[in-house]
Ligand binder design. Structure first.
Ligand SMILES: C=C(O[C@H]1C=CC=C(C(=O)O)[C@@H]1O)C(=O)O
Length: 417
């Protein structure tokens, strides 16, 4: 943890700025840089005023509340969602079964946009606060990229899917989300800004994240808290769009009628609705899902909304919701054990919450899907992850193909697809 404010309180200043253009161009090639953007909205964050490495979202919430209480914030747009000092984080899927740490970073400079509003927040010395940082250096595309393989081969992974299907048919568990990984290497350290820019261009409707070596473009929002309102976008049930010549509308119709995908989706919706209920005085859970179309896949999607009845921060709401049955299974504890036993994989921060929280406890936490992780000791390598929900009617070959379709955004961003 880097944090020694001594007795001094921390000063933060937020100013309105003219439209700075695409925010990702301000990401520097070196040092700490984070980003959380969707359709051009969100923020990029530079530098690190404080850092907390932890296991749990609850511990992170306590730490962030302490820091928040030390910040004096001077803002030209008080109360505007997402403006002001915040903490950006990426959490492991299962701290009990991971070598990886979770991290919460308090950036020094934040440049943001939401609707017509653009702003810059600086922590620390407020002098020169109106000047935007210089644009980052030119992006570097990966050179000599090659596949190193994953923890399991395709056929090995299909066998564990078949084992899980047997467990489900024997009523030992209802649903288990199984994941696999793929390691890639380049000749030089990977420029995550390049990967990030490609994801932003190719997948504009997703939440594109870049936090401490984790990069990806996820379509799934675990939770957003904005004032008293809470939203969660639940996804589960997928069809790949790689099938040449098949009309996407036909695929969308098939998906929305597929009893296998509907069952898979219902487990996920139920897990989120149940976890959110104690925190809400009113909640709307649509009765049937819609179809969400992305360039590589289509998903069954349900947007749950509610009114929060407690003063519960976005971080604590994420703690209550994670791991949902979209990434773990039903019942949660059994699915976690089965994943731990069969997957042969440290999921690290894949499928964990990734996002931000502000000093009022508002924020957005997505699920770190469709991404990969670069670690400081192996900067030339990236580990990609993709998973699929397994239910009674799952076909191992189809589930393997589905994970292949879910790798596509990262493969494209790395110049491989
Ligand atoms: C676990 C992943 O996706 C989840 C989100 C949407 C659809 C899913 C599915 O249909 O299996 C998964 O539940 C992943 O992308 O690695």
């Amino acid at each position: 943890m880097i944090l020694d404010f001594g007795r001094a309180r921390l000063r933060a200043t937020t100013v309105a700025i003219p439209d700075p253009g695409p925010l990702e161009q301000y990401l520097p090639d070196t040092g700490t840089n984070c980003a959380f953007l969707r359709r051009g909205e969100g923020f990029v964050a530079l530098g690190q005023a404080a850092r907390f490495e932890t296991d749990t979202l609850d511990a992170a919430d306590v730490w962030w509340e302490e820091i928040s209480n030390q910040i004096d914030h001077d803002s030209e747009m008080p109360g505007e969602f997402g403006t002001g000092p915040l903490a950006v984080g990426s959490f492991t899927f299962d701290p009990d079964r991971s070598e990886e740490h979770s991290v919460l970073i308090v950036p020094e400079v934040i440049i943001g946009r939401r609707g017509d509003i653009c702003w810059m927040t600086r922590l620390g010395d407020a002098r020169g606060s109106a000047a935007l940082p210089a644009r980052g250096e030119a992006l570097r595309s990966p050179v000599g990229i090659r596949e190193l393989g994953g923890a399991m081969s395709g056929p090995q992974w299909e066998r564990i899917v078949a084992d899980v299907v047997s467990l489900i048919r024997r009523d030992e568990v209802d649903k288990v989300v199984l994941a696999r990984d793929l390691r890639l290497a380049c000749d030089d350290p990977i420029d995550l800004r390049h990967v990030y820019a490609r994801l932003l261009a190719g997948y504009p409707t997703t939440w594109a994240y870049l936090v401490d070596g984790m990069v990806g473009a996820t379509p799934e929002l675990l939770v957003r808290r904005q004032g008293g309102l809470v939203t969660s976008r639940v996804l589960a049930g997928t069809v790949g769009l790689q099938t040449d010549g098949v009309d996407p509308l036909v695929l969308a119709t098939e998906l929305s009628r597929s009893s296998k995908d509907i069952a898979e989706h219902e487990f996920a919706v139920e897990s989120v609705a149940k976890a959110l209920e104690p925190y809400c005085k009113a909640m709307n859970v649509p009765e049937s899902p819609s179809v969400l179309r992305l360039p590589n896949v289509m998903h069954l999607a349900t947007d749950i909304t509610g009114v929060v009845n407690h003063d519960t921060s976005a971080l604590l709401l994420a703690a209550a919701l994670h791991p949902s049955a979209a990434v773990c299974g039903t019942p949660t504890h059994l699915a976690l054990d089965i994943i731990g036993e069969l997957e042969s994989l440290d999921r690290s921060r894949y499928a964990g919450p990734v996002g931000w929280v502000d000093t009022d406890g508002d924020g957005e936490w997505a699920i770190a899907l469709r991404g990969g992780q670069v670690r400081p000791d192996t900067p030339n390598e990236i580990q990609l992850f993709a998973g699929a929900g397994i239910v009674a009617d799952s076909d191992p070959a189809a589930e393997l193909a589905e994970t292949g379709a879910k790798f596509v955004p990262m493969m494209q961003a790395l110049g491989l697809a």
